[in-house]
Design a protein around this ligand. Structure first.
Ligand code: HEC
Length: 199
């Protein structure tokens, strides 16, 4: 009995240790869809199709952020195309330490506390196949000036859609983000989709 029970326990543990392979999901997009022209309902419908697949994909290698960012505070009413980040649809999540300050979307004198983390999921349109495609999970972590003196204390990173760590050049990310210096290098979601504490 004991042996059988422990064998069963091992089998169960093995099941959980091997990350489930994220199954490809076909999310059809009407031919000729202009990503800039979609209304709220249309974007939400696309997101509803791809969101579970995205979360599974980022978690596929057991990455801590990739496995938990969906429990953080969502910061927009829906994903939106801002232009930067390869014209993908973007949706940012803020961890407990970041959420209160981030959700104010302040434009002056912003200083995010050390330990703040922002994870932004992304997806695009494969115009040849007329389906959605997953993009990377982009991550910013406030590690402080001692650790990241050249990037205002931010560490930039990312996960590929298969859950593997993306190679990121700090200056590539920061050279653009530094444009929002008074906002502590944060660019924020587009104004029309920002989720404020009051709405
Ligand atoms: C050409 C400019 C540009 C580059 C390069 C860039 N970003 Fe961004 N990033 C933006 C803009 C604009 C936003 C806000 C758009 C939105 O989320 O809708 C943003 C938002 C973010 C956010 C959400 C937090 C915030 O700023 O509000 C994260 C996380 C992020 N980027 C990570 C990265 C990482 C990691 C890299 C490098 C691999 C990178 N970015 C490169 C322009 C850029």
């Amino acid at each position: 009995m004991r042996l059988a029970a422990s064998l069963a326990a091992t089998a169960v543990a093995a099941l959980f240790m091997t990350a489930p392979a994220a199954h490809a999901v076909d999310c059809p997009v009407a031919e000729g869809t202009d990503r800039w022209e979609l209304n709220d309902e249309e974007v939400v419908a696309l997101y509803d199709c791809i969101k579970d697949w995205m979360a599974e994909s980022y978690a596929a290698e057991g990455d801590e952020i990739g496995s938990s960012y969906r429990d953080w505070a969502v910061t927009s009413t829906r994903p939106a195309v801002a232009g930067a980040h390869s014209e993908r649809f973007l949706q940012t999540f803020a961890n407990d330490i970041a959420a209160e300050q981030y959700l104010k979307f302040e434009e002056e004198g912003v200083e995010m506390p050390v330990g703040s983390m922002l994870a932004k999921e992304s997806f695009g349109i494969n115009a040849k196949k007329n389906i959605l495609r997953r993009g990377p999970l982009f991550i910013m972590e406030k590690v402080g000036l001692d650790e990241a003196p050249d990037t205002m204390g931010w560490l930039y990173s990312g996960l590929q859609p298969n859950g593997k760590v993306m190679k990121v050049k700090q200056s590539f990310c920061h050279d653009c983000h530094v444009g929002w210096e008074a906002q502590d290098a944060l660019a924020y979601p587009l104004p029309e989709v920002r989720l404020t504490a009051t709405n």
